[in-house]
Write a protein that binds this ligand. Structure first.
Ligand SMILES: [Fe+2]
Ligand SMILES: [Fe+2]
Length: 216
């Protein structure tokens, strides 16, 4: 069989699919949301099917892949990200992995690297596109959460700059450390109130901008 793909590429693709299958299975095991758990198990089954395809290609060209195992590091890393940072971050991570698979398989289909197996590879490519769609849907549900984190980071850096600038400016001219501490607290409180009012106004729906944002 004439393939325009190196042995290493075949083994790499097989390992990547095995790893993806293992990642989704591991994520399903720790998922509390039953609907999402079902989606993850389905994704794992798809990736197992893709791994079988590469195993078959490998055997056709005489490559023994019985010793190839999924990347444990990637599986543990994904589970850790899920546990530490929640689903929002994990969705971003998995979406980029699926996009990379789409790019790689798309390029192989375009140059017919798998000869007579190109049609099956095209089907696998479509599977990967549908996986990416699953994560896009999940991502849109987490957009508000990600926006809140962004606002919190922005608020923290802004608040630190304000307080540090005020304290640094007062330190050379005010001798009493208690007064400097008090000034820092006042600046910090004023900054917090200002940021809170700004964020509230930003959340208001369009068409209500002419009305005061602090009164119904
Ligand atoms: Fe796959
Ligand atoms: Fe996939």
């Amino acid at each position: 069989m004439e393939l325009r793909l190196s042995r290493d590429e075949i083994v790499e693709n097989y390992r990547d699919e095995l790893t993806d299958a293992e990642i989704y299975a591991a994520l399903a095991r720790i998922e509390n949301n039953s609907k999402l758990r079902e989606e993850l198990l389905k994704l794992s089954q798809y990736e197992t099917g893709h791994a079988e395809f590469w195993k078959n290609i490998a055997s056709q060209v005489g490559i023994d892949v019985s010793n190839v195992k999924p990347s444990k590091f990637s599986v543990i890393y994904s589970v850790l990200i899920r546990r530490l940072f929640g689903l929002g971050f994990l969705v971003k991570l998995r979406e980029s992995a699926e996009v990379e698979a789409i790019r790689r398989y798309g390029e192989m289909v375009r140059r017919k690297a798998l000869g007579p197996y190109t049609d099956r590879l095209r089907e696998i490519l479509l599977d990967e596109v549908s996986h990416e769609e699953v994560f896009k849907e999940e991502e849109s549900r987490f957009e508000a959460f990600i926006d809140n984190i962004r606002d919190a980071m922005y608020g923290m850096s802004d608040g630190l700059v304000e307080v540090l600038a005020a304290v640094a400016g007062l330190a050379p001219v005010v001798a009493d450390p208690m007064l400097i501490t008090l000034a820092g607290l006042i600046v910090g409180t004023a900054g917090t109130l200002s940021m809170a009012v700004g964020a509230t106004c930003q959340q208001r729906p369009r068409g209500t901008l002419g009305k005061p944002c602090y009164r119904k």
